[in-house]
Design a protein around this ligand. Structure first.
Ligand code: XUL
Ligand code: MN
Length: 345
């Protein structure tokens, strides 16, 4: 049994990936779904993130009864594997109808479809036994500002969340902010936006956030501070740890791979808040495109191990010296204390 230092870890089936990018085809064969699921426990993971169509394949066109039946069969399979479903998310962005956004589409028929599919997603979550629904608002934005009314679009988002809260009295909705990609301008770019929106809904206590490292960096913000903002409000309901090399496309690099000190500070803020008691640590990471197939699970293993090393680093950090240096306002020495601790010298 591996020592997870009190944490529970999660990832999504999409984190085992064929390596395709917008400029090239897949470079690794598709890993059979059953094999993906079988790899979780071997890698030290207890939980799984899911989209509605990860649970019920080809979900569109299936009757509600059929969807719930397949969800139950999936739940039984997870139980057999000993896997906990962490979150469920409606994958609205892969349907052609959502091209101009789903909840914020100008066309009312598309908005209705998005809400109906999300309500169904809440029903699947209930069958699976999770109350946490993630909304990554992928295409809720525009390529050009003139394409939609942003004021109306934000109200549509609030309306959609209200419908979900009313539909299921126990569901919690967790918004995953991201400033861009696939859209040029996304409507909910930061956790500040997400929580402000949460407070305008009918039941703000059931609307929170999930912070992804890369998304915070893409917004030009510090991921640890974004997490701290949500934590102090009791609103950090999941994290998608990964890494990102500056303002580029969403890289989903292994946790800590680009900026170890930033990763240390993310773990530090989670430790300070006692996050392990109430949340799971999900890694939204992808193997490098150039990684051969036989080693294309290492990014998950490495992210989890790196996280655990950093937990040890946070727990063994000399907080007495930290306090003294803070009191002395000797920030150069405090910085060196951190860097030398990370380097082990
Ligand atoms: C996209 C992203 C998604 C969500 C789940 O950038 O992070 O994978 O985490 O829908
Ligand atoms: Mn994510």
């Amino acid at each position: 049994m591996s020592d997870n230092r009190g944490y529970r870890f999660s990832f999504g089936p999409w984190n085992i990936h064929e390596g395709a990018d917008p400029f090239g085809p897949p470079v690794r064969p598709t890993v059979e779904y059953a094999k993906k699921l079988a790899s979780y426990k071997k890698l030290g993971f207890d939980a799984i993130m899911l989209h509605d169509d990860d649970v019920v394949l080809q979900i569109e066109g299936k009757s509600h009864a059929q969807v719930l039946k397949e969800a139950q069969a999936f739940k039984n399979m997870l139980d057999d594997l000993g896997l906990i479903p962490e979150i469920l998310a409606p994958r609205l962005w892969e349907d052609a109808r959502g091209i101009d956004g789903a909840f914020t589409a100008n066309d009312p028929a598309i908005r209705r479809w998005a809400i109906d599919r999300s309500k169904q997603c809440a029903d699947i979550a209930r069958v699976l036994g999770t109350d946490l629904m993630i909304l990554w608002l992928a295409r809720e934005g525009t390529y050009i500002r003139e394409a939609k009314s942003a004021i109306t679009a934000h109200r549509y988002l609030i309306d959609a969340i209200n419908v979900l809260l009313e539909h299921d009295s126990s569901i919690r909705v967790s918004i995953e902010p991201k400033p861009n990609e696939p859209m040029d301008h996304a409507y909910i770019p930061t956790i500040g936006h997400a929580l402000a929106l949460a407070h305008q809904t009918k039941d703000p206590g059931r609307v929170g956030g999930v912070i992804e490292t890369a998304h915070a960096i893409l917004a030009g913000l510090d991921p640890a501070d974004e997490m701290a903002f949500a934590l102090q409000a009791g609103k950090l309901w999941s994290v998608h740890l990964n890494d990102q090399n500056g303002l580029k496309y969403d890289q989903d690099k292994s946790f800590g791979a680009a900026n170890l000190r930033s990763a240390f500070n993310q773990v530090r803020v989670l430790e300070e808040a006692g996050y392990a008691r109430f949340g799971m640590v999900a890694f939204d990471v992808k193997a490098m495109r150039t990684q051969p197939a036989d080693k294309a699970l290492a990014h998950l293993d490495n992210s989890r191990k790196l996280f655990l090393h950093l937990v040890d680093k946070v727990r063994s950090f000399d907080t007495q010296a930290e306090k003294q240096l803070r009191d002395q306002r000797d920030y150069e020495a405090l910085e060196m204390l951190v860097l030398k601790h990370l380097m082990g010298v």
